[in-house]
Write a protein that binds this ligand. Structure first.
Ligand SMILES: Nc1nc2c(ncn2[C@@H]2O[C@H](COP(=O)(O)OP(=O)(O)OP(=O)(O)O)[C@@H](O)[C@H]2O)c(=O)[nH]1
Ligand SMILES: [Mg+2]
Length: 457
């Protein structure tokens, strides 16, 4: 990322520039002195300006009035990212915001900030560590109150504290190993071993509670998706439109109408799911449709709640493959058509477990049915978050990795007396832990985290 190497003043609108609003907040960060902006305000910036106090002033360019603004100065290092920051609350018309941004870029040597650049500087200046940055990202992009709370918890709450305490216990244990090497003569071999094992136990107990929150690498709970899948013409797009209460997807009797997946937000009990309509799964010789089908299959793989629609009047061998997936709900459609019962019986004779599933007519599906569907999805969601799972994949995989190293180390701790071997394993464990906290942050980790951020953060 290019911006990681430049530390000149940056500017961005932190409240988004897509729509007109009553107000917008523009942020400038990384300038040397407020004096450099003295010509832009009627307030005298060369006089005393108290940090963190709001001043009402006019913004002007070469004597021409631009806007009435509220100006707040955050002096380094006591600011969000440790740099001098100037925040301007301006009128939120998109054109006004763009004009003000342009003005500072053209006349005050400010550069347009990259996504997450303000926060990157906070990381660089040690105002936040990497796991706090990820927490902030989770918080700002949360689609459920659970994700919102976990974001906060990582940013400055319990989870952040927990990681720090765990790392402290690790350091205590590491020092106990060093103690047993360097000072066992002073404190006695028995006492040194005792201290060593006790500190390992304390660390392991704390780590175990964290592992319980990881579980298997499951569906994405940060942006959970409800995926509608099935063979062509099974009614996926009809159900998609019904749930969204709009004709969002094209519905037609021609098999293969939906060629790429479509997705829209669909809220259930405060969780903003993505409802995904997929392309009907079939062997296609058409390159574009084949690509759409490939994407649909991958949606099926990552989906949180998977629904299979089956029109028993139009089935082929592809159904067998589809049924290999773990669906949360299977529904027969087209139950209003002649021949439905016979076709359904035929299918049940091949797949007896389909005998217990319900059937609906998607042309007349009811809102009561939708409520039942919502209750099912919500039940699964509540179940999934019951053990307070860690949401971030990077943390999950590092915790699992640390768990493997820890169990190897534990068995060595009681059997191995070669301190060099023990130290080596302990250092590997330490690297995993410091990566979780972000004490060591490989560039690619930084890039993938910051590419997620919005401009102005
Ligand atoms: N009679 C009847 N027709 C239905 C029902 N559900 C869907 N249809 C019709 O079946 C046809 C196919 O429906 P779609 O919703 O486009 O099916 P799809 O699964 O999205 O199909 P592809 O996009 O081709 O994969 C349309 O003509 C719908 O009006 C149903 O329950 N009963
Ligand atoms: Mg469709």
């Amino acid at each position: 990322m290019k911006f990681l190497y430049s530390d000149g003043p940056i500017i961005a609108c932190s409240t988004g520039t897509n729509t007109n609003a009553a107000m917008a907040v523009i942020r400038i960060s990384g300038f040397k002195s407020l004096h450099q902006f003295k010509d832009f305000f009627t307030k005298d910036l060369t006089g005393p300006i108290e940090p963190r106090k709001v001043y009402y002033t006019s913004l002007v360019l070469q004597g021409q009035f631009i806007d009435d603004v509220c100006l707040t100065y955050f002096e380094a290092p006591k600011s969000y990212n440790g740099e001098n920051i100037l925040e301007l609350s301006v009128h939120g018309n998109v054109l006004n915001v763009e004009r003000i941004l342009g003005l500072f870029q053209s006349y005050a040597d400010c550069r347009s900030a990259g996504a997450g650049e303000f926060t990157y500087r906070a990381l660089k200046n040690k105002k936040l560590d990497l796991s706090q940055v990820e927490g902030l990202d989770l918080f700002l992009n949360a689609q459920s109150t659970y994700a919102l709370d976990q974001g906060l918890s990582l940013l400055s709450g319990n989870l952040h504290e927990y990681y720090l305490e765990l790392y402290d216990l690790f350091l205590v244990h590491k020092s106990s190993l060093e103690l047993s090497i360097d000072f066992s003569d002073d404190i006695g071999e028995e006492a040194a071993k005792d201290y060593y094992l006790k500190s390992l136990q304390q660390f392991t107990d704390k780590f175990s509670s964290l592992v319980k929150r990881v579980g298997p690498m499951g569906p994405n709970l940060i942006q959970p998706e409800i995926v509608l899948a099935g063979l062509p013409n099974s009614g996926k797009s009809s159900l998609f439109n019904f749930l969204l209460s709009e004709e969002r997807a094209i519905v037609s009797s021609r098999a293969g109408t939906t060629r790429d997946f479509l997705s829209e937000y669909y809220e259930i009990e405060g969780v903003k799911y993505k409802l995904v309509d997929t392309a009907g799964i079939r062997d296609s010789l058409d390159d574009i449709e084949a690509e759409g089908i490939k994407r649909s299959k991958s949606k099926l793989h990552s989906g949180f709640f998977k629904i299979l629609l089956v029109n028993p009047l139009e089935i082929d061998d592809g159904l067998h493959n589809l049924l290999q997936n773990n669906f949360d709900l299977i529904i027969f459609t087209h139950n209003d058509l002649p021949g439905f019962e016979a076709a359904r019986e035929r299918l049940i004779s091949i797949y007896p477990y389909l005998g217990s599933i319900g059937a609906i007519n998607l042309l007349e599906v009811s809102r009561a049915w939708e409520l039942e569907l919502k209750a099912l999805v919500n039940k699964k969601y509540l179940y999934s978050i019951a053990d307070k799972p860690i949401l971030l994949e990077r943390h999950k995989s590092l915790i699992l990795q640390a768990g493997i190293v820890l169990s190897r180390y534990q068995s060595l701790a009681t059997s191995e007396s070669d301190v060099a071997i023990l130290s080596h394993e302990l250092n590997t464990l330490g690297s995993c832990l410091s990566e979780i906290l972000g004490i060591v942050s490989p560039d690619q980790v930084l890039n993938s985290i910051f590419s997620n951020f919005c401009i102005g953060k």
